[in-house]
Design a binder for this molecule. Structure first.
Ligand SMILES: *Cc1c(COP(=O)(O)O)cnc(C)c1O
Length: 428
Protein backbone atom coordinates (compact mmCIF):
# COMPACT_ATOMS: atom_id res chain seq x y z
CA UNK A 1 0.00 0.00 0.00
CA UNK A 2 1.30 3.42 -0.92
CA UNK A 3 2.26 5.71 1.97
CA UNK A 4 0.18 8.38 0.29
CA UNK A 5 -2.87 6.45 1.44
CA UNK A 6 -1.72 5.66 4.94
CA UNK A 7 -4.32 6.37 7.58
CA UNK A 8 -3.43 8.98 10.24
CA UNK A 9 -2.86 6.25 12.85
CA UNK A 10 -0.24 4.57 10.68
CA UNK A 11 1.48 7.87 9.89
CA UNK A 12 1.53 8.75 13.62
CA UNK A 13 3.42 5.53 14.36
CA UNK A 14 5.64 5.07 11.31
CA UNK A 15 5.46 8.16 9.10
CA UNK A 16 8.58 9.75 7.62
CA UNK A 17 11.19 7.42 9.10
CA UNK A 18 12.13 4.29 7.23
CA UNK A 19 15.34 2.57 8.35
CA UNK A 20 17.34 0.69 5.78
CA UNK A 21 18.75 -2.73 6.66
CA UNK A 22 20.67 -2.61 9.93
CA UNK A 23 19.69 0.96 10.87
CA UNK A 24 17.97 1.78 14.20
CA UNK A 25 14.26 0.87 14.17
CA UNK A 26 13.47 3.99 16.23
CA UNK A 27 14.24 7.51 14.95
CA UNK A 28 17.76 8.09 16.33
CA UNK A 29 18.41 11.09 18.53
CA UNK A 30 21.16 12.94 16.69
CA UNK A 31 22.76 15.22 19.24
CA UNK A 32 25.24 16.88 16.95
CA UNK A 33 25.27 20.55 16.08
CA UNK A 34 27.28 19.90 12.98
CA UNK A 35 27.93 17.38 10.20
CA UNK A 36 31.22 16.43 8.55
CA UNK A 37 31.97 16.60 4.82
CA UNK A 38 34.94 15.60 2.65
CA UNK A 39 35.17 18.66 0.42
CA UNK A 40 34.50 22.39 0.54
CA UNK A 41 32.50 22.04 -2.68
CA UNK A 42 30.01 19.68 -1.02
CA UNK A 43 29.34 22.25 1.71
CA UNK A 44 29.11 25.08 -0.83
CA UNK A 45 26.47 23.08 -2.75
CA UNK A 46 24.48 22.58 0.44
CA UNK A 47 24.54 26.32 1.14
CA UNK A 48 23.39 27.00 -2.42
CA UNK A 49 20.54 24.43 -2.21
CA UNK A 50 22.19 22.56 -5.11
CA UNK A 51 22.11 19.45 -2.95
CA UNK A 52 20.28 18.61 0.26
CA UNK A 53 21.84 17.45 3.48
CA UNK A 54 22.37 18.50 7.07
CA UNK A 55 25.26 20.78 7.89
CA UNK A 56 24.29 22.81 10.96
CA UNK A 57 21.47 22.03 13.39
CA UNK A 58 20.06 25.58 13.38
CA UNK A 59 19.12 24.90 9.74
CA UNK A 60 18.36 21.18 9.86
CA UNK A 61 19.03 18.02 11.83
CA UNK A 62 18.06 14.40 11.07
CA UNK A 63 15.91 13.95 14.22
CA UNK A 64 14.15 17.28 13.69
CA UNK A 65 13.65 16.45 9.99
CA UNK A 66 12.01 13.14 10.85
CA UNK A 67 9.57 14.96 13.13
CA UNK A 68 8.90 17.62 10.48
CA UNK A 69 8.28 14.91 7.90
CA UNK A 70 5.75 13.14 10.11
CA UNK A 71 3.90 16.40 10.86
CA UNK A 72 3.82 17.20 7.14
CA UNK A 73 2.24 13.81 6.41
CA UNK A 74 -0.25 14.07 9.27
CA UNK A 75 -1.47 17.51 8.17
CA UNK A 76 -1.39 16.61 4.50
CA UNK A 77 0.98 19.47 3.64
CA UNK A 78 4.05 20.05 1.46
CA UNK A 79 6.65 20.82 4.12
CA UNK A 80 7.23 21.84 7.73
CA UNK A 81 9.59 23.79 9.96
CA UNK A 82 9.92 22.79 13.62
CA UNK A 83 10.36 25.71 16.01
CA UNK A 84 11.50 26.27 19.58
CA UNK A 85 7.94 26.70 20.89
CA UNK A 86 4.41 27.37 19.74
CA UNK A 87 5.07 31.09 20.14
CA UNK A 88 8.16 30.81 17.93
CA UNK A 89 6.07 28.99 15.29
CA UNK A 90 3.31 31.65 15.26
CA UNK A 91 5.86 34.49 15.21
CA UNK A 92 7.82 32.93 12.35
CA UNK A 93 4.67 32.00 10.38
CA UNK A 94 3.52 35.62 10.47
CA UNK A 95 6.88 37.35 10.02
CA UNK A 96 7.66 35.16 7.01
CA UNK A 97 5.07 37.14 5.02
CA UNK A 98 4.53 40.36 7.04
CA UNK A 99 6.89 43.24 7.44
CA UNK A 100 6.79 46.77 8.87
CA UNK A 101 3.81 48.66 7.45
CA UNK A 102 1.72 45.52 6.96
CA UNK A 103 -1.26 44.13 8.77
CA UNK A 104 -2.90 40.97 10.13
CA UNK A 105 -6.58 40.18 10.72
CA UNK A 106 -7.02 37.80 13.66
CA UNK A 107 -9.81 36.22 15.68
CA UNK A 108 -10.09 37.86 19.10
CA UNK A 109 -10.41 34.48 20.84
CA UNK A 110 -6.74 33.57 20.25
CA UNK A 111 -4.51 32.03 22.90
CA UNK A 112 -3.25 34.75 25.28
CA UNK A 113 0.36 34.54 24.06
CA UNK A 114 -0.62 34.93 20.41
CA UNK A 115 -2.96 37.77 21.34
CA UNK A 116 -0.11 39.59 23.12
CA UNK A 117 2.20 38.98 20.17
CA UNK A 118 -0.27 40.55 17.74
CA UNK A 119 -1.68 43.24 20.03
CA UNK A 120 1.51 44.50 21.70
CA UNK A 121 4.79 43.07 20.43
CA UNK A 122 4.50 42.94 16.62
CA UNK A 123 3.09 46.52 16.49
CA UNK A 124 6.45 47.66 17.94
CA UNK A 125 8.02 46.23 14.77
CA UNK A 126 5.47 47.94 12.54
CA UNK A 127 3.08 45.01 12.01
CA UNK A 128 -0.44 45.94 13.10
CA UNK A 129 -3.46 43.75 13.77
CA UNK A 130 -7.23 44.10 13.72
CA UNK A 131 -9.06 41.63 15.94
CA UNK A 132 -12.44 40.37 14.81
CA UNK A 133 -15.25 38.49 16.52
CA UNK A 134 -14.99 35.10 14.84
CA UNK A 135 -18.76 34.60 15.13
CA UNK A 136 -19.39 37.76 13.08
CA UNK A 137 -20.79 37.43 9.55
CA UNK A 138 -18.23 37.13 6.72
CA UNK A 139 -18.93 40.69 5.53
CA UNK A 140 -18.03 42.10 8.95
CA UNK A 141 -14.77 40.12 9.06
CA UNK A 142 -13.98 41.13 5.47
CA UNK A 143 -14.41 44.78 6.47
CA UNK A 144 -11.31 44.42 8.69
CA UNK A 145 -9.15 43.61 5.65
CA UNK A 146 -6.94 46.48 4.48
CA UNK A 147 -4.77 46.93 1.37
CA UNK A 148 -1.73 46.09 3.49
CA UNK A 149 -3.26 42.96 5.10
CA UNK A 150 -1.00 39.96 4.50
CA UNK A 151 -2.71 37.12 6.39
CA UNK A 152 -5.75 36.08 8.39
CA UNK A 153 -5.08 34.17 11.63
CA UNK A 154 -7.43 31.94 13.65
CA UNK A 155 -7.43 28.97 16.03
CA UNK A 156 -9.26 25.72 15.19
CA UNK A 157 -10.38 25.26 18.79
CA UNK A 158 -9.67 28.38 20.79
CA UNK A 159 -7.74 28.32 24.05
CA UNK A 160 -9.44 28.67 26.50
CA UNK A 161 -12.83 29.55 24.99
CA UNK A 162 -13.17 26.26 23.00
CA UNK A 163 -14.76 28.18 20.12
CA UNK A 164 -14.57 26.26 16.84
CA UNK A 165 -13.31 28.24 13.84
CA UNK A 166 -15.69 28.47 10.89
CA UNK A 167 -12.98 27.51 8.39
CA UNK A 168 -15.00 28.08 5.24
CA UNK A 169 -16.00 31.59 6.32
CA UNK A 170 -12.44 32.56 7.28
CA UNK A 171 -10.87 30.95 4.20
CA UNK A 172 -13.28 32.72 1.87
CA UNK A 173 -12.57 36.13 3.46
CA UNK A 174 -8.79 35.52 3.28
CA UNK A 175 -8.79 34.16 -0.27
CA UNK A 176 -11.01 36.94 -1.62
CA UNK A 177 -8.37 39.33 -0.27
CA UNK A 178 -5.56 37.31 -1.88
CA UNK A 179 -3.93 36.42 1.46
CA UNK A 180 -3.42 33.06 3.22
CA UNK A 181 -5.37 31.74 6.19
CA UNK A 182 -3.01 30.69 9.01
CA UNK A 183 -4.58 28.37 11.58
CA UNK A 184 -3.30 27.40 15.01
CA UNK A 185 -4.35 23.74 15.19
CA UNK A 186 -2.84 23.02 18.63
CA UNK A 187 -5.86 21.64 20.49
CA UNK A 188 -7.33 19.26 17.88
CA UNK A 189 -3.94 18.11 16.50
CA UNK A 190 -4.04 16.78 12.92
CA UNK A 191 -5.67 13.61 14.23
CA UNK A 192 -8.92 15.40 15.14
CA UNK A 193 -8.84 18.06 12.42
CA UNK A 194 -6.92 18.77 9.22
CA UNK A 195 -7.40 22.49 8.50
CA UNK A 196 -6.00 22.08 4.95
CA UNK A 197 -9.10 20.05 4.07
CA UNK A 198 -11.22 23.14 4.79
CA UNK A 199 -9.24 25.92 3.10
CA UNK A 200 -6.42 26.80 5.53
CA UNK A 201 -3.08 27.49 3.84
CA UNK A 202 -0.64 27.32 6.75
CA UNK A 203 -0.98 25.49 10.04
CA UNK A 204 0.94 26.17 13.25
CA UNK A 205 1.08 24.10 16.42
CA UNK A 206 2.35 24.36 19.91
CA UNK A 207 3.73 20.79 20.04
CA UNK A 208 4.16 21.42 23.77
CA UNK A 209 0.54 20.33 24.14
CA UNK A 210 -1.06 17.11 22.80
CA UNK A 211 1.65 16.35 20.24
CA UNK A 212 4.27 15.85 22.94
CA UNK A 213 1.32 14.95 25.11
CA UNK A 214 3.22 14.26 28.33
CA UNK A 215 4.25 17.79 29.35
CA UNK A 216 7.95 17.12 28.92
CA UNK A 217 9.14 19.33 26.04
CA UNK A 218 8.47 22.73 24.48
CA UNK A 219 8.12 22.97 20.74
CA UNK A 220 6.23 24.33 17.80
CA UNK A 221 5.83 23.59 14.13
CA UNK A 222 4.70 25.37 10.97
CA UNK A 223 3.22 23.22 8.20
CA UNK A 224 2.72 24.66 4.71
CA UNK A 225 0.03 23.25 2.47
CA UNK A 226 2.05 24.35 -0.56
CA UNK A 227 -0.96 25.45 -2.61
CA UNK A 228 -1.24 29.18 -1.98
CA UNK A 229 -0.63 31.41 -5.00
CA UNK A 230 2.18 33.68 -3.78
CA UNK A 231 2.51 35.18 -7.25
CA UNK A 232 -0.55 37.42 -6.96
CA UNK A 233 1.60 40.53 -6.52
CA UNK A 234 1.27 40.83 -2.73
CA UNK A 235 4.29 38.82 -1.69
CA UNK A 236 7.43 40.15 -3.40
CA UNK A 237 9.52 38.66 -0.54
CA UNK A 238 8.67 35.24 -2.01
CA UNK A 239 8.71 36.02 -5.71
CA UNK A 240 11.51 38.61 -6.05
CA UNK A 241 15.25 37.98 -5.56
CA UNK A 242 16.36 37.60 -1.92
CA UNK A 243 19.53 39.68 -1.49
CA UNK A 244 20.49 37.66 1.56
CA UNK A 245 20.44 34.51 -0.56
CA UNK A 246 22.41 35.38 -3.69
CA UNK A 247 19.38 36.92 -5.39
CA UNK A 248 17.33 33.72 -5.31
CA UNK A 249 13.54 33.86 -5.81
CA UNK A 250 11.79 31.36 -3.51
CA UNK A 251 8.84 30.75 -5.83
CA UNK A 252 11.22 30.52 -8.78
CA UNK A 253 13.55 28.02 -7.12
CA UNK A 254 11.16 26.03 -4.91
CA UNK A 255 7.63 26.34 -6.35
CA UNK A 256 5.14 24.90 -3.86
CA UNK A 257 7.77 24.83 -1.12
CA UNK A 258 8.56 28.57 -1.41
CA UNK A 259 6.99 29.67 1.88
CA UNK A 260 8.43 26.94 4.07
CA UNK A 261 11.91 27.08 2.47
CA UNK A 262 12.00 30.85 3.05
CA UNK A 263 10.94 30.37 6.68
CA UNK A 264 13.94 28.08 7.16
CA UNK A 265 16.50 29.79 4.93
CA UNK A 266 15.78 33.28 6.28
CA UNK A 267 13.98 33.23 9.63
CA UNK A 268 15.34 30.04 11.21
CA UNK A 269 18.76 31.17 10.00
CA UNK A 270 18.45 34.72 11.37
CA UNK A 271 16.17 34.41 14.42
CA UNK A 272 17.36 30.92 15.34
CA UNK A 273 14.22 29.89 17.26
CA UNK A 274 14.40 26.26 16.12
CA UNK A 275 13.40 23.03 17.84
CA UNK A 276 16.19 21.12 19.57
CA UNK A 277 16.86 17.51 18.45
CA UNK A 278 16.02 16.30 21.98
CA UNK A 279 12.61 17.97 21.88
CA UNK A 280 11.96 16.72 18.35
CA UNK A 281 12.76 13.19 19.51
CA UNK A 282 10.35 13.51 22.45
CA UNK A 283 7.60 15.08 20.31
CA UNK A 284 8.03 12.30 17.76
CA UNK A 285 7.70 9.69 20.49
CA UNK A 286 4.53 11.45 21.65
CA UNK A 287 3.11 11.31 18.11
CA UNK A 288 3.34 7.50 18.11
CA UNK A 289 0.37 7.33 20.52
CA UNK A 290 -1.42 10.52 19.38
CA UNK A 291 -4.51 8.75 18.02
CA UNK A 292 -4.99 6.57 21.11
CA UNK A 293 -4.56 9.52 23.44
CA UNK A 294 -6.80 11.95 21.54
CA UNK A 295 -9.66 9.45 21.42
CA UNK A 296 -9.40 8.86 25.17
CA UNK A 297 -9.00 12.56 26.00
CA UNK A 298 -12.19 13.22 24.01
CA UNK A 299 -14.04 10.33 25.65
CA UNK A 300 -13.06 11.36 29.19
CA UNK A 301 -13.80 15.05 28.56
CA UNK A 302 -17.21 14.21 27.09
CA UNK A 303 -18.10 12.15 30.17
CA UNK A 304 -16.86 14.83 32.57
CA UNK A 305 -18.69 17.58 30.64
CA UNK A 306 -21.94 15.59 30.73
CA UNK A 307 -21.51 14.96 34.46
CA UNK A 308 -20.82 18.65 35.16
CA UNK A 309 -23.81 19.69 33.03
CA UNK A 310 -26.10 17.58 35.23
CA UNK A 311 -24.70 18.91 38.53
CA UNK A 312 -26.67 21.62 40.37
CA UNK A 313 -23.48 23.12 41.86
CA UNK A 314 -22.22 23.94 38.38
CA UNK A 315 -23.46 27.18 36.79
CA UNK A 316 -22.49 26.43 33.19
CA UNK A 317 -20.27 24.12 31.10
CA UNK A 318 -18.77 24.76 27.67
CA UNK A 319 -17.50 21.83 25.64
CA UNK A 320 -18.02 21.57 21.87
CA UNK A 321 -18.78 17.87 22.29
CA UNK A 322 -21.98 18.63 24.27
CA UNK A 323 -25.12 18.55 22.12
CA UNK A 324 -26.41 21.89 23.41
CA UNK A 325 -23.04 23.68 23.14
CA UNK A 326 -23.04 26.71 20.81
CA UNK A 327 -20.06 25.16 18.95
CA UNK A 328 -21.54 21.68 18.59
CA UNK A 329 -22.59 22.09 14.94
CA UNK A 330 -19.23 23.52 13.86
CA UNK A 331 -17.40 20.79 15.81
CA UNK A 332 -19.49 18.12 14.06
CA UNK A 333 -18.66 19.66 10.72
CA UNK A 334 -14.91 20.09 11.16
CA UNK A 335 -13.65 17.83 13.98
CA UNK A 336 -13.47 14.07 14.56
CA UNK A 337 -13.38 14.64 18.30
CA UNK A 338 -13.32 17.64 20.60
CA UNK A 339 -10.11 17.07 22.63
CA UNK A 340 -9.77 17.08 26.41
CA UNK A 341 -10.27 20.77 27.07
CA UNK A 342 -13.48 22.12 28.57
CA UNK A 343 -14.44 25.15 30.64
CA UNK A 344 -17.03 25.63 33.33
CA UNK A 345 -18.20 28.05 36.00
CA UNK A 346 -18.99 27.02 39.56
CA UNK A 347 -22.17 28.43 41.11
CA UNK A 348 -21.14 31.16 43.54
CA UNK A 349 -18.87 32.96 41.05
CA UNK A 350 -15.15 33.64 41.20
CA UNK A 351 -14.79 32.97 44.96
CA UNK A 352 -16.46 29.56 44.79
CA UNK A 353 -14.32 28.86 41.74
CA UNK A 354 -11.22 29.65 43.74
CA UNK A 355 -12.32 27.29 46.52
CA UNK A 356 -12.88 24.60 43.88
CA UNK A 357 -9.40 25.16 42.45
CA UNK A 358 -7.87 24.89 45.92
CA UNK A 359 -9.76 21.66 46.69
CA UNK A 360 -8.98 19.40 43.74
CA UNK A 361 -6.41 16.72 44.50
CA UNK A 362 -6.07 14.36 41.53
CA UNK A 363 -6.36 17.34 39.17
CA UNK A 364 -3.54 19.80 39.79
CA UNK A 365 -3.38 23.52 39.34
CA UNK A 366 -0.86 24.04 36.56
CA UNK A 367 -0.14 26.56 33.82
CA UNK A 368 -0.37 23.93 31.17
CA UNK A 369 -2.95 22.05 29.21
CA UNK A 370 -3.23 18.99 27.02
CA UNK A 371 -1.18 16.28 28.67
CA UNK A 372 -1.87 12.90 30.24
CA UNK A 373 -2.61 14.34 33.71
CA UNK A 374 -5.89 16.13 34.48
CA UNK A 375 -5.24 19.76 35.32
CA UNK A 376 -7.17 22.93 36.07
CA UNK A 377 -6.37 26.58 35.51
CA UNK A 378 -8.03 29.93 36.22
CA UNK A 379 -7.27 32.05 33.12
CA UNK A 380 -8.42 35.39 34.59
CA UNK A 381 -5.77 35.23 37.32
CA UNK A 382 -3.19 33.16 35.42
CA UNK A 383 -2.66 32.96 31.62
CA UNK A 384 -4.81 35.98 30.74
CA UNK A 385 -3.95 38.25 33.68
CA UNK A 386 -2.03 40.71 31.44
CA UNK A 387 -5.20 41.39 29.45
CA UNK A 388 -7.65 44.16 30.42
CA UNK A 389 -11.16 43.10 31.53
CA UNK A 390 -12.47 44.08 28.06
CA UNK A 391 -9.76 42.08 26.30
CA UNK A 392 -10.46 39.12 28.60
CA UNK A 393 -14.12 39.31 27.66
CA UNK A 394 -13.27 39.38 23.93
CA UNK A 395 -11.05 36.33 24.47
CA UNK A 396 -13.98 34.54 26.14
CA UNK A 397 -12.47 34.68 29.62
CA UNK A 398 -14.97 35.49 32.39
CA UNK A 399 -13.89 35.93 36.05
CA UNK A 400 -15.36 32.60 37.18
CA UNK A 401 -14.19 30.51 34.21
CA UNK A 402 -12.17 27.40 35.08
CA UNK A 403 -10.34 25.61 32.30
CA UNK A 404 -10.02 21.86 32.66
CA UNK A 405 -7.60 19.73 30.71
CA UNK A 406 -9.03 16.26 31.10
CA UNK A 407 -6.29 13.64 31.25
CA UNK A 408 -6.07 9.92 30.70
CA UNK A 409 -6.80 8.75 34.26
CA UNK A 410 -9.92 6.61 34.83
CA UNK A 411 -13.00 8.80 34.46
CA UNK A 412 -14.45 7.55 37.79
CA UNK A 413 -11.43 8.90 39.66
CA UNK A 414 -11.59 12.23 37.82
CA UNK A 415 -15.31 12.62 38.58
CA UNK A 416 -14.80 11.65 42.25
CA UNK A 417 -12.16 14.40 42.55
CA UNK A 418 -14.44 17.02 40.97
CA UNK A 419 -17.35 15.88 43.14
CA UNK A 420 -15.29 16.38 46.31
CA UNK A 421 -13.94 19.76 45.17
CA UNK A 422 -17.42 21.02 44.22
CA UNK A 423 -18.67 20.07 47.68
CA UNK A 424 -15.78 22.05 49.20
CA UNK A 425 -16.50 25.00 46.89
CA UNK A 426 -20.07 25.14 48.14
CA UNK A 427 -19.16 24.94 51.84
CA UNK A 428 -18.89 28.54 52.99
C1 LIG B 1 0.28 26.90 24.38
C2 LIG B 1 -0.25 27.45 23.14
C3 LIG B 1 0.54 28.26 22.30
C4 LIG B 1 1.95 28.65 22.65
O1 LIG B 1 2.77 27.54 22.64
P1 LIG B 1 4.14 27.44 23.48
O2 LIG B 1 4.68 26.12 23.06
O3 LIG B 1 3.78 27.54 24.94
O4 LIG B 1 4.99 28.60 23.06
C5 LIG B 1 -0.01 28.71 21.11
N1 LIG B 1 -1.28 28.41 20.77
C6 LIG B 1 -2.07 27.65 21.55
C7 LIG B 1 -3.47 27.34 21.11
C8 LIG B 1 -1.60 27.14 22.76
O5 LIG B 1 -2.40 26.40 23.52
Amino acid sequence: MSKRNWKPETIAVQGAYEPTSGEPRVVPLTLSTTFAYDSAQEVADLFDFKSFGHFYTRLSNPTVSAFEGKMTMLEGGAGALACASGQAASTCAIMNICQAGQHVVAASTLYGGTYNLLCHTLPKYGISCTFVDQKAPAAEIAAAIQDNTRCVFGETLSNPGTEVLDFEKFASVAHKAGVPLIVDNTFPTPYLCRPFDFGADIVVHSTTKYIDGHAVSLGGVIVDRGRFNWKNGKFPELTEPDESYHGMSYTGAFGDMAYIVKARAQLARDFGAVMSPMNAWLANLGLETLHIRMDRHTENATMLAEWLARDKRVHWVRYPGLKNDPNYALAKKYLHGTSGVLTFGVRGGARAGERFMNSVKLARLVVHVADTRTSVLHPASMTHRQLSPEQQKAAGVTPELIRVSVGLEHIDDIIADFDRALAAANRV
